[in-house]
Design a protein around this ligand. Sequence first.
Ligand code: FES
Length: 162
Amino acid sequence: MTEGHRIADILSAYRTEGRVLPQEEIVAMLREIQGVLGWIPQGVREKAAEAAGVKSTTVDAIIRLYPSLKPAPYRHQITVCQGRNCGPNGGNALRQEVENMLRPDRDGISADRQFLVKSVSCMKKCRSGPNLEIDGEVFAAVRPGDGERIIREIMKKEGMKQ
Ligand code: FES
């Protein structure tokens, strides 16, 4: 059975005719969808909302409430600056450190599919480099081992396998 058929089966199993599906059942449906796809894409979220008799913003809010539900194929975005000033001063080594730890694929998605790893050529904070950004938070003057330590802290906090 294709992924599309499996998703259609899940949606029809939870579909309510006219009544609103209780939140715990919406969560159960989303978990099943994630079990098939590894995450819950926007288009599927809309279909899930329709099946549950709620607005898609309600489904989005539920996903935000449950950190184990993933609205993207990864949970955290890591950006390493490998620009002219950061790269030779530790940024390139930092990228290697992050890669060794998370083993991203060609698209930058880590082996555990929890992180997106990217590089940029300048964050416009050259004076404080080498710089690392995780989910919008910038870590300045990163030293060897800092990248791994910060990522391990995130993993620990969220109960991810290390
Ligand atoms: S080169 Fe890294 S912030 Fe400019």
